[in-house]
Design a protein around this ligand. Structure first.
Ligand SMILES: Cc1ncc(COP(=O)(O)O)c(C=O)c1O
Length: 387
């Protein structure tokens, strides 16, 4: 569960420092007033180091991070971008905002993009794949990267839920050309709203940096109002208070993940012997963020019953089974661009995804596990199974 559980004095201290040093809230300029205080830049440097990447760029949200990533890769009108049919709608919104066409494919039992679906969906217009590490379990990112390399496609990782996770010892987000993170209030670390991109390619980083700031190139030899520019852009700049909170949260990230992983195991240990429960598949080599514990039951009715039993004792589920309408492409009839993509090579038959997610129950994992939680969850699931 999110970093909001551990927001406290450390975040407050970081914010106080911004005000103590002059109260400049803008990430650029105002040097005489800010006494060397650049919280967004400090966060970017620390984040890049923690993610074993050369560069990081703070932005206003995870959605913005995806949009900036697509702009940096020059993806736009006439291009197709492959992603998965189980993700938050933001992944697809960012593709549409860039002018490209989203092509949503089926998931496998990892609840992430099924690599076996990708090659069939590639057309001459395909430019990139956005793989999502949904709810903290890594996608089969090594296989997805191999396919992208073979077909010369860019790979973006939607790491909204994967911050601090790893696959084969490599941080999630650092497998692709660009990793896009969310720091919204429900995420593993939070700045209220906010996001981050990571890169190893300096040219991509510079393009993203300029594009997220109206095209500003931050040319050190001229004042900002005379700055050089070679591309258009927009404003997705992170502000200093977000940077300050992010610094305190980032220092807590390893402990957050450790606690979540431990608590997830405690709950799984309490229920794994129950009949007809199938755990979400976890690719070998994964270091999950353990944001949720997901298991599949026999059918969607039983999944709903599990939720009802949990709600009776004040425990909610997380996204599944109740909120798939926001997280499943088959439900997004309001997105006309998605309907258009039916004309692409993609099968657009989401039956396989639907068969998995409708049977899924997702238990949120908190950093501070309420007392007795594993046995409470067990009793609820048993009640549902016995009904
Ligand atoms: C998979 C995924 N991608 C992108 C986002 C967008 O992040 P934000 O809320 O910071 O815009 C979210 C948010 O929930 C998400 O779950």
């Amino acid at each position: 569960m999110p970093g909001y559980e551990v927001i406290g004095e450390e975040e407050q201290r970081e914010i106080n420092e911004v005000f103590a040093k002059g109260g400049v809230l803008f990430r650029h300029g105002f040097e005489p007033m800010r006494n060397g205080c650049f919280k967004v830049k400090e966060l970017e440097t620390a984040f890049a180091a923690q993610m074993n990447s050369k560069f990081a760029l703070g932005v206003t949200s995870g959605t913005a991070a995806l949009r900036v990533a697509l702009a940096a890769l020059n993806i736009g009108k006439g291009d197709e971008v492959i992603t998965q049919s189980f993700t938050f709608v933001a992944t697809v919104e960012a593709i549409i905002e860039s002018g490209a066409t989203p092509v949503c494919l089926n998931i496998d039992k990892t609840l992430n993009l099924d690599p076996k679906e990708i090659e069939n969906a590639i057309t001459p217009k395909t430019k990139a794949v956005i793989a999502v590490h949904m709810l903290g379990t890594p996608a089969r990112i090594d296989q997805i990267k191999q396919i992208c390399d073979k077909h010369n496609l860019f790979l973006i990782e939607d790491t909204a839920w994967g911050c601090g996770g790893k696959f084969k010892n490599k941080p999630l987000g650092s497998w692709g050309d660009i990793g896009a993170f969310s720091f919204d209030y429900a995420k593993i670390i939070t700045t209220g709203e906010g996001g981050m991109l990571i890169f190893n390619d300096e040219i991509l980083y510079k393009k993203a940096h300029a594009w997220h700031d109206h095209g500003h190139e931050n040319n050190p030899s001229v004042p900002r109002w005379e700055d050089t520019r070679s591309s258009s852009g927009f404003n997705y700049r992170m502000m200093e208070l977000q940077g300050a909170i992010g610094l305190a949260q980032l220092r807590k990230l390893p402990e957050i993940i450790k606690a979540q992983r431990k608590n997830k195991e405690l709950i799984w240990d309490a229920i794994n012997d129950l009949p007809e429960i199938e755990k979400r598949e976890v690719p070998k080599g994964s270091y999950e963020t353990a944001d949720a514990l997901i298991f599949l039951v026999k059918n969607s009715n039983l999944a709903k019953k599990c939720r009802e039993e949990l709600l009776k004792v004040g425990v909610s589920t997380k996204i599944l089974p109740e909120a798939y309408t926001w997280h499943f492409a088959g439900s997004w009839t309001h997105i006309k661009q998605l309907m258009k993509s039916k004309k692409t090579n993609s099968t657009n038959d989401y039956t396989k995804s639907e068969q998995i997610i409708r049977r899924a129950v997702s238990i949120p994992i908190s950093i501070h596990l309420p007392k007795g939680m594993p046995s409470i969850v067990r009793t609820c699931i048993m009640n549902a199974l016995n009904e």
